[in-house]
Every structure is written in C-alpha cells, then in structure tokens.
Design a protein around this ligand. Structure first.
Ligand code: BG6
Length: 474
C-alpha cells in the first residue's frame, strides 16, 4: 500500500460558497455578499467599485446551499462516504461582523462549535481555513482592505479567538485560501480596489506582505495556544507553469512565472523573502514597507505543512504574440496545451501535472503536502430516479488520484486529499450552481430556485470505495 494507513481522505467546501444565512445570528457582510452570478460577476470581480454601487437581482452567497441549516444531514452523507477529514472555512464576519470589533459574536462561535462537534461525532477531522475569499466588507469600505496594515491586527485578533475556542476540536488550520490569488483577483484575495493611476504591483505586494505577516502571527498564536497539537498550513493555488516550447526564452519565462506563484510559499515555508524578489521588485518598481520586527517574525513562525489546490497545469511563452492566445482556467490565464482536453468551462485537464506539481513543491520545501482542492466542475443531469451518472467526474478523479499515488511513490510526503466541492456549491469564479463538483447533487439552479434536496451521484459510491480501500481499487 503506497498511501499511509491514516491517510486523510475527504472533501472541501468554503463558508461563503455553502452556508448561506448571510445575515443570520449577527453575521456581517463579506466581500462575496455583494457579488452577483454569471457575466456580471466577472465584471464585478475585476471592477469592484461597480459591484459596490449596484443592486443585482440575485446574490448567490446569500442562500448558497443553506449549509448553515443542513450541515447535520450533509455531514452524515460525508460520514457515509467514509470521510476522515472535512475542509471548510470559518466565515470571518460571522465572528467579527464588521471586522474591527473588540469582542466576537458569540452566536457565530456557537455555530462552528456545533459544526465541528458534528464532524467529531463521526470521527471526521475538521480542516479549517481562516480566510477563504471573505474578508469583512466593512474592512474594505472603511480601511481599504489588505492594503492597510491595520488588517493584520484585526486578523490576528480573529485568529486568536477561533484558535483558542476550537483548540480541542480542530487540529489542522490554513491561514489564507489560495494566498497567491491576491495577484490575480486582488478583490477576492485582498479586498483591494486599485485605482487606474496606482502602481497595481505596489498595492498587491504590500497587501501580500500584510497577509504574510498576519499568517505568521496566526502561526505564533497557534503555537502559544496549543503547541505541537496544532498543524498550521499555507495554501497555494498551485499549477506548474510549463514552457510553451523548448526554446530557452520560454523555459526562462516559465522559471520566472513559477517563482511568482511560489513567492508566497517561499516566505511562509522558508520564513524569508527569496533573493529573486530583489530583482523582481526593482523591475516592478515595488518597495515593501516593513516594520522592524517583521523579518524576525516571518523567520520564527513558518508553516508546518504546505497545502494547495490543483485543477490544471499552465503554459507560458516568452513571445507576446503567442501569449495573446490564452485560454480560461480558474483565475489564471494559460495558453492552450495541444496535448490536453478541457472541461466545459475551458479548464485544461492534466493529471500528470498534479504529479509534477507535487514533486516540485516537495523538492522545494521538504515539508508534508496536503491536497486540499481538486475536482471537475461540470454540468450534471439529475435522472428520473434521483441520481447523476457522472462517469466524467469519476474518470477525472481516478486519473488524478492515480498520479497522486505515483507522486507519493516518487517520495512525496502527503497527509491527505480533499476533493473540491464534495457537495455541490456556488462557484467562486462564476457564482453559478450549474458548475457542479460534488458527489452529492443539490437541487438548486443558477437563480436560486429549487428544493435544495440532496441526491447521491454515482461518484458518491465510487469515492466511498476509494476511501474504503485506501486508494487500492484505483
Ligand atoms: C479555487 C477556490 O480557486 O477554486 C474555490 O479556492 C473555488 O473557492 C475553486 O470554488 C473552483 O473554482 P470555481 O470558480 O469553479 O468555483
């Protein structure tokens, strides 16, 4: 058996894409609560001032899949599949509705007490993200989001409260979801609204510094509260960026593009700014403002493990003309790889890229890895007898899991695997329900209509067997 006996199999969701109950029990608004669905969402994400000034007809996060009220039934389904781990996030504005209060919202804390107790009832280990694209809206409107150093203090207060409160219920924590998203969709990642006359790179990298410091402060708090009983991880939207051709210029471009994505993890794992940032920042005209204690803090409190999402590899070319032909995929543009198929949403499918990415990450950091997102967003049809024949999803996952096991056989130390959207939820990028990832179908459509009933898909039974056999049936 290649995988460890206690390998953590499971699934992942995020508060803002599942819970709904967007104002219940004292919750404040987060940045996602002002985002619509479909084409308008794209516009709002890249031009958030528009979203702030507009009234949309439908806000998918407001009800999402109503997980706030259905979590017991949903976790029971996860337990039936044999989950050992369940990744979710805590909604920051449920705990601090505006973000800058001195005292937390007790009702919000109680919800997560119940949620984590419910997981533990079935022996499921919660894996908890502190900030998954849902910075409190007030912190954006009042303070300018993560460009403002004050957010470090607000985040630290929030982190301390939840780390302390759930110290006997949660062992695995992630400080920021896909921290490198900040460079690609700055509003999602950092609540940033960047003006046309600003140096966007300066704003983004300064906000990144604030998050890196905040991440180390959370790690410090975690160690003080619960010592080695906590495992703190970073989280990268990972994807090896291949050169478009074997031309040395393309290879160099790929090295440089990979450094840009690894930058965050280089700091979070090695505890210092990598030497390539000297040149990068000089060329981008970026100057990071630091406080005197920042460097020592980053060095003293690196993460314990490296978690990441993987959906696709990417391709880059040094030729600007070639680069113009990029295709879609998550928030990241890529050239079309002629050797790969793509999903209905144009995301290229590359299982071997997962093995490549795992080898690269492990070689670079020599810390345990945790795959905390992977999966296929697809259109599903509910059959008359209440299931979905999602062989395409099974095929996608089977090929990725086989490559994951190959990587472990290559020598990579892997803690676990949580598939993304183990129950259908609202898409982060498009706000659609139609883009489904789950083993469990949720009867809701893009406009929020439907019964919200849950149905087990074919992949539900398939994944159950994968877990039962610890991957041996693949
Ligand atoms: C990751 C995010 O970027 O990709 C998730 O961490 C997101 O929140 C997932 O849902 C899939 O993206 P999408 O746009 O299909 O929901």
């Amino acid at each position: 058996m290649v995988l460890k006996k206690d390998f953590l199999w499971g699934g992942a969701i995020a508060a803002n894409q599942a819970e709904g109950a967007y104002k219940e029990d004292g919750k404040g608004l987060s940045l996602v609560d002002i985002l619509p669905a479909g084409e308008e969402r794209r516009e709002a994400l890249f031009n958030p001032e528009v979203a702030l000034s507009k009234e949309y007809s439908h806000y998918p996060s407001h009800e999402a899949i109503d997980f706030y009220h259905t979590y017991q039934e949903d976790i029971k389904h996860f337990a039936e599949m044999g989950f050992k781990v369940f990744r979710t996030s805590i909604s920051w504005p449920r705990i601090f509705p505006k973000g800058d209060e001195a005292e937390p919202n007790e009702k919000g804390l109680e919800f997560y007490d119940q949620l984590f107790d419910e997981c533990r009832k079935y022996g499921i280990e919660p894996l908890v993200t502190l900030n998954h694209f849902d910075t409190p809206l007030y912190l954006i409107e009042e303070y300018g989001g993560w460009r403002n150093r004050k957010l470090v203090g607000f985040y630290e207060r929030y982190a301390k409260v939840v780390l302390d409160r759930y110290k006997d219920k949660v062992k695995y924590w992630l400080t920021f979801n896909e921290i490198n998203m900040l460079l690609h969709i700055p509003f999602f990642g950092g609540g940033l609204i960047i003006k046309d006359d600003e140096n966007a790179n300066q704003v983004k990298y300064q906000a990144a510094h604030h998050q890196l410091v905040a991440s180390s402060l959370a790690t410090k708090a975690a160690k003080e509260i619960n010592g080695e009983n906590f495992m703190i991880g970073c989280m990268l939207a990972a994807a090896e960026i291949y050169p478009y051709t074997c031309h040395p210029d393309d290879m160099l471009k790929s090295v440089k593009e990979n450094q840009k994505q690894y930058f965050f993890i280089d700091v979070q794992s090695r505890g210092e700014y990598p030497s390539y940032t000297n040149r990068l920042f000089r060329e981008l005209n970026v100057k990071i403002e630091m406080e005197p204690s920042d460097e020592a803090l980053l060095k003293a409190y690196p993460v314990d493990f490296i978690s990441f999402s993987y959906y696709s590899s990417r391709l880059t070319s040094a030729d600007p003309e070639v680069n113009k032909k990029s295709t879609s995929g998550n928030a990241f543009k890529s050239l079309k790889n002629p050797y790969l198929q793509a999903s209905d949403w144009g995301w290229q499918i590359d299982p071997i890229g997962l093995r490549v990415t795992m080898n690269q990450l492990y070689d670079r950091y020599q810390k345990p890895l945790f795959i905390v997102e992977n999966g296929l967003g697809a259109v599903d049809e509910l059959t008359a007898d209440g299931t979905v024949e999602d062989d395409y999803r099974i095929e996608y996952m089977r090929e990725h899991l086989k490559q994951m096991i190959e990587a472990v056989d290559d020598g990579v130390d892997l803690i676990g695997y949580t598939s993304w959207g183990c129950i259908d939820l609202v898409s982060a990028g498009t706000g659609e329900m139609k883009k489904r990832y789950g083993f469990i179908y949720v009867d809701r459509d893009n406009e929020g209509n439907g019964t919200s009933e849950r149905y087990k898909k074919k992949s539900f039974y398939w994944y159950k067997e994968v877990i039962e056999t610890n991957g041996e049936c693949l």
